[in-house]
Design a protein around this ligand. Structure first.
Ligand code: SF4
Length: 376
């Protein structure tokens, strides 16, 4: 696919550098050395040029993209063809924004097209943040938000975490209040998942983690509080003021195509899924991406679209795949609606917040009722 024969797609750039490892995190990242950072930027540019595509969303994720500094981010963006209205997001660690002599200029980022910043708040409670290995205190986060806004970038997203050791209804209420008052446009609220290969995974029994029921209550508290403040829940974990949904992440859930580059980055392009191994040296050495099979199947589409509040629309499904949704799925949707886990009518269904809480199980059950002719 080249720029001349394709419609715009998304671009994900995985920046595999972090200053230190947070105790709960399983994302791929290593320590950054200046030489490696230069080689990384060159390799990213080389690989993006191989495709010659045009992009309508660009997302620098990680890792910690803000560690790269604005000059390197600008250099990468200088090699990317983007549409006039391209959404360009950079994930930033507030500590990189607040640091003296930071290499991060938001004026520079803005002038090279960056128009959305995503920051990890996790919690407005400094004790909870410390337990997650985060150094910047609440004041630092406030300063970071002011710095980004002062550069004219107002589309800011904050990540928060539910189920943190020691979290209470009151501390969560304070975190949600902080987000709402800070004037950000988007909030992602993730339930802490204990991954085996992390410090938390190795020490789970020593952490005072809220149990599943309590965490479920935190989730419902989040949905209600943010809803009352005008943040529409548009995906299981994502909330936005009207018009500020993440266009890039919506591509994933709408099963649209994107190119991913950088170690551990995944792609869905030309009907195929592929990814880079979690290894920076191999990536820098020119390793080819690994095939991950065919993308865009009916099964995959249902799995992703049901993560969204809009849910599954039977007519859109028929237009895309040329066949009706099986009656078994329609009956299952009606059953879920009776239990308060979904809202359903003759045109489709979507999960309620209670349904989202057990969406993995519900999606699996939905897909198991899908048997279509033609091997979808
Ligand atoms: S949570 Fe973010 S900053 Fe912490 S190790 Fe993971 S990617 Fe790096």
């Amino acid at each position: 696919m080249t720029m001349t024969d394709s419609k715009p797609v998304g671009l994900y750039i995985h920046v595999p550098f972090c200053k230190s490892k947070c105790p709960y995190c399983d994302f791929y990242s290593v320590a950054m050395k200046p030489d490696t950072a230069e080689c990384y930027v060159k390799e990213v540019i080389r690989r993006i040029r191989e495709y010659n595509l045009i992009y309508d969303t660009v997302y620098f994720g990680g890792g910690t993209p803000s560690l790269l500094g604005s000059d390197r981010i600008a250099k990468i963006l200088g090699s990317v063809y983007v549409t006039n209205d391209c959404e360009i997001t950079v994930e930033c660690n507030p500590s990189d924004i607040c640091r003296e002599n930071t290499e991060l200029s938001f004026g520079k980022l803005r002038s090279c097209g960056v128009n959305r910043i995503s920051m990890g708040l996790q919690s407005a409670d400094d004790g909870e943040r410390r337990s997650l290995g985060r150094r910047t205190g609440r004041n630092g986060i406030e300063r970071a938000i002011r710095t980004v806004k002062a550069a004219g970038i107002n589309n800011i997203s904050l990540d928060i975490m539910l189920g943190i050791p020691g979290q209470t209804e009151d501390s969560l209420a304070a975190t949600l209040g902080f987000c709402i008052e800070s004037g950000v446009k988007h909030i992602s609220a993730y339930i802490l998942k204990i991954e085996e290969n992390t410090f938390f995974g190795r020490n789970a029994e020593k952490l005072s983690l809220p149990d599943e029921d309590r965490t479920a209550d935190f989730y419902l508290q989040t949905v209600e509080t943010l809803g009352n403040a005008g943040f529409e829940q548009y995906e299981i974990s994502n909330f936005a003021l009207p018009g500020y949904e993440s266009r890039h992440n919506l591509k994933y859930w709408n099963d649209e195509e994107y190119l991913g580059t950088g170690p551990a980055a995944h792609s869905f392009l030309g009907g195929k899924r592929f990814y880079f191994e979690r290894n920076l040296e191999d990536y820098l050495g020119g390793a080819k991406p690994v095939s991950d099979g065919i993308g865009g199947t009916a099964e995959e589409y249902i799995m992703l679209i049901l993560r969204l509040k809009k849910g599954l629309d039977y007519n859109s499904f028929k237009a895309k795949f040329g066949c009706e949704i099986p009656d078994e799925i329609k009956s299952f949707a009606a059953l879920l609606a009776e239990k308060g886990l979904a809202q359903a009518n003759e045109n489709g269904f979507h999960f309620t917040p209670e349904g989202f809480l057990i969406s993995n199980k519900l999606i699996y059950e939905t897909i198991s009722k899908l048997s279509l002719p033609g091997g979808h």
